[in-house]
Design a protein around this ligand. Sequence first.
Ligand SMILES: [Zn+2]
Length: 463
Amino acid sequence: MERRNAWLTYTEAQEKEMEEVVKAYRNFLDLGKTERECVTQIIKEAEAAGYEALETRLAKGGALKAGDKVYTVDMKKIVALFHIGQEDIANGMNILGAHIDSPRLDIKQNPLYEDADLAFLDTHYYGGVKKYQWVSIPLAMHGVVVRKDGSVVDVNIGEAEDDPVLYITDLLIHLAGKQLQKKAADVIDGESMDILIGSRPLKDLPDEKKKEAVKENVLKILNEKYGIEEEDFLSAELEIVPAGKARECGLDRSMIVGYGQDDRVCAYTSLLAILEMDAPKRTSCCLLVDKEEIGSVGATGMQSRFFENSVAELLEGMGKYTELTLRRALRNSSMLSSDVSAGFDPAYADAFEKKNSAFLGRGIVLNKFTGARGKSGSNDANAEYVAKVRAIFDKYEVAFQTAELGKVDIGGGGTIAYIAALYGMEVIDSGVAVLSMHAPWEVTSKADVYEAKKAYKAFLLDA
Ligand SMILES: [Zn+2]
């Protein structure tokens, strides 16, 4: 049962539309390299499309009604958008879910040190990374430093054309005989993934500070540029990500190479789909969460009550809140839980079972289940629901394929699907196929980005 390559089906008009979607997507990747930056960008685009903060809307008074468009955010890292439909919300919503955090290196709370006239920042990696991929490439620092008085300083170093970049060193090949005998997981030690941040000592320091003149200079620059002191690292969230913009990939410009496409490719196309909705029948919802890469934990992860609380507030605003209505609205909902799929890679064909693999260019991927070793940790979507979703995709001529994450017993992974399913709603994993998932630079097909957006729109319209 082979699925057709979507590129073969496009008209000129569709190709043009695809390029527009991809252009907007690349812009989103460039501006949203952290979960906070993504939320900022999402709010901007939502407001431009007529959404307002739920809290602002409630303060205006008057019940929320069909056609109203609101969003709600928590801790600047998790966001839910609702476009209220004609139908009673107790009958459920059509929900698009995805995550906006990506693997990266986080700066530690006490990070700065000097050794051999070089200054470094200590890191702790976040999410699943092959550590050897992160050394000897240009890196950028994005994030916030919060001063004791509560003022927040936005940090962004390494993206502008004339910005300096940061870097993690690797051992020269000439001396790497012993290193190269190590297992790939141990080639780079997590504790030694330190960011090279300076080498120029500050002149004319008092004697007691002369020993750390390079570090002192870095602190001086940070103070001049951002008004922060060394102690302010204690209350900072600084993320090290690959420096540079997403680019077209391939001579035929058919692919995108970019950082953080897992899972911003699903998050952004979900956002585009909901922003395009016009007077939906069922309430449309788009839920974009943080902390998926480390188990969906914390107040901004899918395991938190954020979503449930947000729906409760929405119901209250509609003048419909009761505990039972909330339960029913959640229970009767349908969800596409979107996360990227492992694209089949001929160079690593051994890791895949070809009949049940996702291929670049063949459209959005449906994963009936994910998980590892006997589907453990998976949300196994109901066959009836899979049938309904594929019927919708066929109706709207969405190119789709089905897949599982690699061969049985070779590995696996989880998503947020099983957590949403706890409410008893119908959930299926879906998403875009990616090559080199979790690498600093990941690859997707333009056609799949376009088909994902089409799929999400179709789902919001008809699920
Ligand atoms: Zn993911």
